[in-house]
Design a protein around this ligand. Structure first.
Ligand code: F6P
Length: 369
């Protein structure tokens, strides 16, 4: 049965999954407000759930979190491989990982360190881990982080706005070289199975073709758009393609399998495949650029600094009010909360009736369908 601490005197903070701009802004407000307003101690857990498994953690002081608001990444480190229930403890004779449930170790370390509850900053994987710890009696509060913007029950996650800004700047730069060389230029964006990042950056940069996982594309439609633009004297085409995009009836392009990760599939490479196909079908010159982790790095934009601070502040209010086992969310402009269990193991994808899809079509953007 999920439990709640009677009185909170010490909380742990961890950051799980892929990093993103704004995490340090959350750590900053959580730590400062916990110390100054609630008079409780804060323990920084290193590398997400890995720190709980390996007992790597240290106290965070007010000074430890000063001057980190604008710093990218996470001062605590993170891991997207450390699922306590399915943790790689070594490899067998064939080099395959051997998994064990090490939850007991986590529970012991939390008890030893006298941590009353955890603030878990992360995406769906981290919330799934938190949901399982709640079942084992460790109270948790979630803060929604991901550049993919795909967490259920929140209209936005922090980190997303910065990634959209970075990707848009990259698309703008590719735009100018595309027009000089009269080429079809493909730019591949992250986002896993959700097209939020590509759709937003695609609309912001005025990409001619935007391909997202939620709308499987027809190669012929994409090629016809490139040729049609060429016929109209537009001597280049800019394509924003999501790493999770796939051809109608086809499969997503997988870059690698990370065997010791709870979410082992890493997508990537669709732009290279598609560039070859377009070139073969149209005889237009094509180039592909994969933006990769550049979308996750660097300083957060002002919007994300404010959003991260808002979510972190909400988390501390939830600690004060004993509203454990919920995640801070943004719904219709209001900052509120939802049960952690309801956001675990799920992804929020772009609905077909999303207004941005209609807007993209209204300005003549081809969505590949
Ligand atoms: O979830 C964030 C994200 O950046 C995805 O957009 C991307 O598919 C994945 O993480 C990449 O993971 P890794 O950092 O393991 O390469």
């Amino acid at each position: 049965m999920p439990t709640q601490p009677k009185k909170t005197s010490r909380i742990g903070v961890l950051t799980g999954g892929g990093d993103c701009p704004g995490i340090n802004a959350v750590i900053r407000v959580v730590t400062k407000a916990a110390i100054m307003q609630l008079g409780i101690e804060v323990i920084g857990i290193e590398d997400g759930f890995l720190g709980l498994i390996r007992n790597r953690m240290h106290p965070l002081s007010y000074d430890d979190v000063s001057n980190i608001l604008t710093v990218g990444g996470t001062i605590l480190g993170t891991s997207n491989k450390a699922d306590p229930e399915h943790f790689a403890v070594g490899t067998d004779d064939h080099g395959k990982p051997i998994f064990e449930d090490v939850t007991r170790r986590v529970l012991e370390h939390v008890r030893e360190r006298r941590i009353d509850g955890l603030i878990c900053i992360g995406g769906d994987g981290t919330m799934s881990g938190a949901a399982r710890l709640i079942e084992h009696g460790i109270p948790c509060i979630g803060v929604p982080k991901t550049i993919d913007n795909d967490l259920m029950h929140t209209d936005i996650t922090f980190g997303f706005a910065t990634a959209v800004q970075i990707a848009t700047e990259c698309l703008d730069r590719i735009h100018s070289t595309a027009s000089s060389h009269h080429r079809v230029m493909l730019v591949e964006l992250m986002g896993r199975n959700a097209g939020w990042l590509t759709l937003n950056a695609g609309v912001a940069s005025g990409a001619d073709i935007v391909l997202i996982p939620e709308i499987p594309y027809e190669l012929d439609v994409v090629c016809q758009m490139c040729l049609e633009r060429s016929r109209r004297g537009k001597r280049f085409t800019l394509i924003a393609v999501s790493e999770g995009a796939r051809r109608k009836g086809g499969k997503q392009v997988v870059d690698k399998i990370v065997h010791d990760s709870p979410d082992p599939i890493r997508l990537g490479g669709v732009s290279t495949v598609l560039a070859e196909e377009i070139s073969a079908a149209t005889h237009l010159e094509t180039r592909a650029t994969i933006l990769g982790h550049i979308q996750r790095g660097g300083t957060p934009v002002a919007f994300d600094r404010v959003l991260a601070t808002t979510f972190g502040h909400k988390a501390i209010q939830m600690v004060a009010l004993n509203e454990w086992n919920n995640v801070a969310v943004r719904q219709n402009g209001a900052t509120t909360m939802a049960p952690i269990a309801s956001v675990a193991e799920q992804q929020r994808t772009v609905p077909f009736d999303d207004p941005l899809i209609a807007m993209a079509r209204a300005v003549g953007t081809c969505l590949g369908d």
